[in-house]
Design a protein around this ligand. Structure first.
Ligand code: SF4
Length: 214
C-alpha cells in the first residue's frame, strides 16, 4: 500500500499502527479508534471519530474511501451523510451499484477544523487505522474519492486527471481514483467532476459485473 509514512519517527503514528494492527476484528478496531487522541488538534475539536460504515454482511464488494469527515459526519459519527453523501449515494445508484454492499471510509477519521485539508502528520497517524481496516475488510475493489485519497493509495505524485478512468493494482486490489463528490457539487450538475465521477463509478460497476443497462 502506498500509504504515506511519517517523514521522521513519529511516536503517535507508530502507536496507532501498533494498536490498529493488534485489533482482531472490526468491532475491536472501532472501539480503539474512537478513543484515539494521536492528533491533539483534531481530537480536541471533534464530536465523533468517524470510523466508517461496513455492510451488514461484514465483507464489502467494494470500498469507498474519502478524505476526512465534514461537519455532518462529525455530528452524526457516520461517513458521507451530508450533501456530498447524498450525491454520492445518487451517483452510486445511477452507476448500478449499491451503497449497502460497500464499506465507506475516510483517510482521516476526525474532522479537520473548518474542513481544511488534513495535514501530512495527521494522514500519517491515521494511516494505521485505514491500513488495518483494509486488511480486515479485504475488498477486491477500492474507489479513492478525491486527490487526498488517491495519493494515499497511489503515491504523493498522483495527478487525479491522469490516474482516473482505469484500475491500478495495489496490494492485489483494484484501486480506482476519481473525483470527490464535493468537487462534483462545487462545479455543478454540468461540470466535469460530476460526469467523471459517474463515469468512473459506472466503470467500477462494469468491472464488478454490475453495469446497469441505460
Ligand atoms: S485523525 Fe485519526 S489518528 Fe488523528 S486523532 Fe483522529 S483517529 Fe486518531
Amino acid at each position: 500500500m502506498a500509504a504515506p509514512r511519517p517523514p521522521r519517527y513519529d511516536a503517535a503514528a507508530e502507536e496507532v499502527a501498533r494498536t490498529a494492527a493488534a485489533a482482531p476484528d472490526w468491532a475491536a478496531l472501532a472501539t480503539s479508534a474512537r478513543g484515539c487522541v494521536a492528533c491533539p488538534e483534531l481530537a480536541a475539536a471533534r464530536q465523533h471519530v468517524v470510523v466508517g460504515d461496513v455492510p451488514a454482511t461484514g465483507r464489502p464488494r467494494f470500498v469507498l474511501v474519502g478524505e476526512a469527515p465534514g461537519a455532518n459526519e462529525d455530528e452524526t459519527g457516520r461517513p458521507f451523510v451530508g450533501r456530498s453523501g447524498a450525491l454520492l449515494d445518487q451517483l452510486v445508484a445511477e452507476a448500478g451499484l449499491s451503497r449497502a454492499e460497500a464499506a465507506v471510509l475516510n483517510v482521516v477519521k476526525c474532522r479537520p477544523p473548518g474542513n481544511r485539508t488534513p495535514k501530512a502528520p495527521e494522514v500519517a497517524r491515521c494511516s494505521g487505522w485505514l491500513r488495518r481496516q483494509l486488511e480486515l475488510l479485504d475488498p477486491p475493489v477500492v474507489v479513492a474519492l478525491g486527490l487526498s485519497s488517491a495519493k494515499w493509495f497511489l503515491g504523493p505524485r498522483t495527478v487525479l486527471a491522469e490516474a482516473r478512468g482505469r484500475p491500478h493494482e495495489v496490494d492485489g486490489r483494484a484501486v480506482w481514483a476519481t473525483y470527490h463528490p464535493s468537487a462534483a457539487i462545487r462545479f455543478g450538475p454540468n461540470g466535469a467532476p460530476r460526469a467523471g465521477l459517474l463515469a468512473d463509478l459506472t466503470a467500477v460497476a462494469g468491472s464488478l459485473g454490475d453495469r446497469r443497462e441505460p
